[in-house]
Write a protein that binds this ligand. Structure first.
Ligand code: NAP
Length: 256
């Protein structure tokens, strides 16, 4: 074999990635396709997924399928895994990435924002992971990845609902790791600091006054790039992480 063969640690794996249309999820889709995984890509706006799905399939010779779904719909999380799995004839990796935030102070907290954040950032991924974990346990194992946040482990001002939801999701992930570990299911969380997605760039990258106090708490003195989350997400789903279970992996330049 030539030493120029690409390293494809996820060859033969089949993954569902939520929130795959932009930001971190889109970059994880890129990294997983390059690593050899077949993919079901989901977000609300299915049309935004068609072009990347076709491109990744053509560039990397993997199978990609698009499935539009709104995780705020109470019925969706319970049935999404079965639907996605049916399309792919089985799945063995879940990347629970979709999420939102409504930055606001505790005093300005809006109940509708609190409810939506808990719905999309906690209820949906926790239910989806439970259904996925149960199916993986039946079929011999798999990997569940939670894209949580450093805000799950250390409070972040103006992120009351967000931190609450992410902390709950980290504990749901640990519980899956505990209950399903002996049946071959590994469940881990990635906890990034600010990631310079398009949105991160707007909120943090282009507002030096807002960014400065945050940067001062990050020993590496910079925010993360999406690729720095994706690389960890590839590793966690691969056999290289076969004894990593129930962990929270910071991608935070030392912030935590
Ligand atoms: P983003 O650029 O805003 O992308 C969010 C993705 O989630 C999109 O694909 C969006 O697609 C999907 N989504 C949003 N609401 C949805 C819903 N109700 N149902 C289904 N899909 C939905 O976000 P990001 O910055 O990449 O963040 C991705 C994850 O990383 C989130 O869980 C976030 O909390 C976490 N995180 C981000 C940062 C950061 O600084 N960026 C830091 C730490 C952790 P549609 O709009 O088409 O549905």
């Amino acid at each position: 074999m030539s030493s120029e063969q690409p390293h494809r640690p996820l060859l033969g794996r089949k993954a569902l990635i939520t929130g795959a249309s932009r930001g971190i999820g889109a970059d994880i889709a890129r990294a997983y396709a390059a690593a050899g995984a077949d993919l079901v890509l989901t977000a609300r706006d299915g049309s935004a997924l068609e072009e990347p799905a076709a491109r990744l399939a053509a560039e990397h010779g993997v199978r990609t399928v698009v499935l539009a779904a709104d995780l705020a719909d109470p019925d969706v999380p319970g049935r999404l895994w079965a639907e996605a799995s049916g399309l792919m004839d089985g799945l063995d990796v879940l990347v629970n990435n979709a999420g939102l935030s409504h930055p606001e102070t505790v005093e300005a907290l809006e109940t509708a924002h609190f409810d939506e954040t808990l719905q999309v950032n906690l209820r949906a991924p926790a239910l989806l992971a439970a259904r996925a974990g149960a199916a993986m346990a039946e079929s011999g194992g798999g990997a569940i990845l939670t894209i949580a946040s450093a805000a799950a482990l250390r409070p972040l001002a103006e992120h009351y609902a967000y931190s609450t939801a992410k902390a709950g999701l980290v504990m749901a992930t640990r519980t899956l790791a505990l209950e399903l570990g002996e049946r071959g299911v590994r469940a881990n969380s990635i906890c990034p600091t600010v990631v310079l997605t398009d949105m991160g760039q707007k909120v943090w990258g282009e507002q030096p006054a807002k960014a400065a106090p945050m940067l001062a708490r990050i020993p590496q003195s910079r925010f993360a790039q999406p690729r720095e989350v994706s690389d960890v997400a590839v590793w966690l789903a691969s056999d290289a992480a076969s004894m990593v279970n129930g962990a929270e992996i910071p991608v935070d330049g030392g912030y935590l």
